[in-house]
Design a protein around this ligand. Structure first.
Ligand SMILES: [Fe+2]
Length: 190
C-alpha cells in the first residue's frame, strides 16, 4: 500500500489548487490533528490519514457549483474511484469511506477512525488559527466580511456539536468559548 497516502494528498492538493478551497491551512490542520489523535488513541493511522485527506476532496468543486451540501457524497464517490485503483482490503475501504461519509455526522461512525477524522475536522474551525483562516478563506472566495463572519460562526456551532472525543473536548472547549465571545463582540462593536 506504498504511496497511497501521498497519492491521496496529491489529488486533494490538485483540487485545492483548481478551486482555491479549502485553504491549505485547513487541509494541514486536519491532517496533522488526525495523525496525532490516531497515534494517541491507537487507531489505524493509514485509515485516518486517508480519511482526513479525502473527506473534503470535492468541497471546492461543490462550493463552486453552489451545491456545498453535496460535497460529502461527491467526495465519497470520488474517493471510491480513487481507492478502486489500489489493492486495499475491502473492510479497510469500507472504513475509509465511512471516514468521509460520517465527517459531518450524516451517518453513524462504524469505526473509531471515522470518529477521529470527524473530530480532526473540528480543529479547522474551533482553534484560533483554524477559525481565522476559514474566515479569510470565505472573504477570499468573495463573501463580505459580515457574510464571512456569519458563515464562520455557523461552522463553529456545527463543529462544536460534532466534537465527541474527550481529549478533543478538553483541547477545544476553551477555544470554542473564546471564539464565540470574539464573534459576538465583533458583531456588536465597531
Ligand atoms: Fe466537509
Amino acid at each position: 500500500m506504498d504511496g497511497i497516502i501521498e497519492a491521496a494528498e496529491k489529488l486533494a492538493l490538485k483540487e485545492i489548487e483548481t478551486y482555491n478551497f479549502p485553504s491549505l491551512i485547513s487541509f494541514e490542520i486536519s491532517n496533522k490533528k488526525g495523525l496525532e489523535l490516531a497515534k494517541k488513541l491507537n487507531a489505524d493511522i493509514f485509515i485516518v490519514q486517508l480519511g482526513t485527506r479525502l473527506m473534503d476532496l470535492k468541497l471546492g468543486q461543490a462550493i463552486s457549483e453552489k451545491r456545498s451540501k453535496e460535497h460529502v457524497k461527491m467526495s465519497s464517490d470520488s474517493a471510491k474511484e480513487f481507492l478502486s485503483k489500489y489493492d486495499i482490503d475491502e473492510n479497510m475501504k469500507i472504513k475509509i469511506i465511512n471516514c468521509i461519509e460520517a465527517h459531518h455526522k450524516d451517518v453513524p461512525f462504524i469505526c473509531k477512525e471515522a470518529e477521529i477524522v470527524a473530530n480532526a475536522d473540528c480543529y479547522r474551525f474551533l482553534t484560533p488559527k483554524g477559525f481565522l483562516s476559514s474566515l479569510v478563506g470565505y472573504v477570499k472566495n468573495g463573501k463580505t466580511f459580515e457574510e464571512a463572519l456569519n458563515q464562520a460562526e455557523s461552522k463553529v456551532d456545527e463543529k462544536a456539536a460534532i466534537v465527541s472525543l474527550e481529549i478533543v473536548k478538553k483541547e477545544l472547549d476553551s477555544h470554542c468559548i473564546q471564539i464565540k465571545k470574539f464573534i459576538k463582540e465583533a458583531k456588536e462593536l465597531v
